[in-house]
Design a protein around this ligand. Structure first.
Ligand SMILES: *Cc1c(COP(=O)(O)O)cnc(C)c1O
Length: 339
């Protein structure tokens, strides 16, 4: 952010801001190339995958995915429903294809991961959300063998641990949690899987956007520039191994407090606890407002739980330093002592 601030009013010696430059000009193209090549380097994305920088969020991609991967509305895609976001993606897909529910953990209030996943051989793909941002549930690893390509929403945990991209047919993520500001969405897709329909909107047509280097319409230039800066920072800090270590450490600091006390509790099963989002509750809910106020007075904001769950939620994205999780852990223990 400091680097962006320093060069905001004038980018290089262009006499213009990055937000004033043409997306077709050499200066912005350099930024686009930086974002593309840093992401390919960081995630180890093979040549046979397109990398797209689009708009309309992960929510837009929930519609775009069937419209690009399934050329016939009657064909089937399999969906695992493990929380708020994978459920919304499934509901959206139903408008554009036949949906087979491969697993659904609603009976456990989305606090577990499915024991079994049932994927029909004739499904075009299997969709799941790697990290459920609201329910705080994360797949510890790529689900075991699927007969069909994996399509994965990595909006809240992209670039937070090593990944083998070739295990997936398609990965997608809004940038705003781990990679930069809101307004740009990354799609990484195996070129051989694209079968867009004639009626697929042109801005959501992955084939067309790939041919036009994400510039079929004006791309979100400032956001792409910011993502390039964040990716460069992640690489300089040590890449995915390092951020995997940090996220584990941050998660442990908070869950250690929750596990060692009856004052706080977590709804999430131990084997699928998210490293990114930790929903937790005070056993005496009357103290929650005071807990949040006290945190805010110490500069710790954004701890109020999502409206869907209530309580509190600690989000530990890449930009949150280990020291931030340490400070929250200390505050939680201190608050308990004083209560
Ligand atoms: C935030 C989030 C979304 C929604 O992203 P938008 O960019 O707001 O559409 C979808 N899936 C997951 C897992 C998320 O965390």
């Amino acid at each position: 952010m400091e680097k962006a601030q320093a060069e905001f009013a004038e980018y290089g010696a262009t006499g213009a801001s990055i937000i004033e430059l043409s997306h077709r000009g050499a200066d912005f193209m350099r930024e686009y190339q930086r974002a593309d090549s840093f992401l390919r380097e960081l995630l180890g994305i093979p040549e046979n995958y397109h990398v797209l920088f689009l708009q309309s969020g992960a929510t837009g991609q929930a519609a775009a995915i069937p419209l690009n991967l399934i050329d016939d509305k009657n064909k089937t895609a399999a969906y695992a429903v493990t929380g708020h976001w994978s459920k919304l993606a499934m509901i959206e897909a139903k408008k554009f294809c036949t949906v087979h529910i491969a697993a659904d953990t609603v009976a456990d209030n989305y606090s577990t991961l499915p024991q079994t996943i049932d994927i029909p051989d004739d499904a075009v793909y299997f969709h799941y959300a790697d990290n459920e941002t609201i329910h705080g549930v994360e797949f510890p690893a790529t689900p075991p063998s699927s007969p069909v390509p994996l399509v994965c929403d990595v909006s809240s945990n992209i670039a937070t641990r090593p990944i083998n991209v070739s295990d997936y047919g398609l990965l997608y993520a809004g940038a705003q949690k781990n990679l930069g500001p809101s307004g740009v969405t990354i799609v990484i897709v195996d070129k051989s899987l694209l079968h867009p329909r004639a009626e697929t909107p042109i801005v959501l047509n992955y084939q067309q956007q790939a041919e036009d280097k994400s510039m079929r319409n004006t791309p979100p230039t400032f956001q792409i520039y910011m993502v390039a800066l964040v990716l460069e920072w992640i690489l300089e800090e040590g890449g995915l191994e390092e951020f995997g270590r940090r996220s584990q450490q941050k998660q442990q600091l908070i869950y250690d407090v929750i596990d060692s006390s009856d004052f706080y509790h977590s709804p999430v099963a131990k084997d699928c606890r998210s490293r990114m989002n930790i929903p937790f509750f005070l056993s005496d809910d009357k103290l929650t407002a005071e807990f949040l106020r006290g945190a805010e007075s110490k500069g710790m904001i954004g701890l109020k739980g999502h409206a869907v769950l209530g309580g509190c939620r600690a989000s530990l994205y890449n930009a949150m330093p280990v020291a931030g999780a340490q400070a929250l852990s200390e505050y939680m223990q201190d608050f308990e002592r004083r209560a």
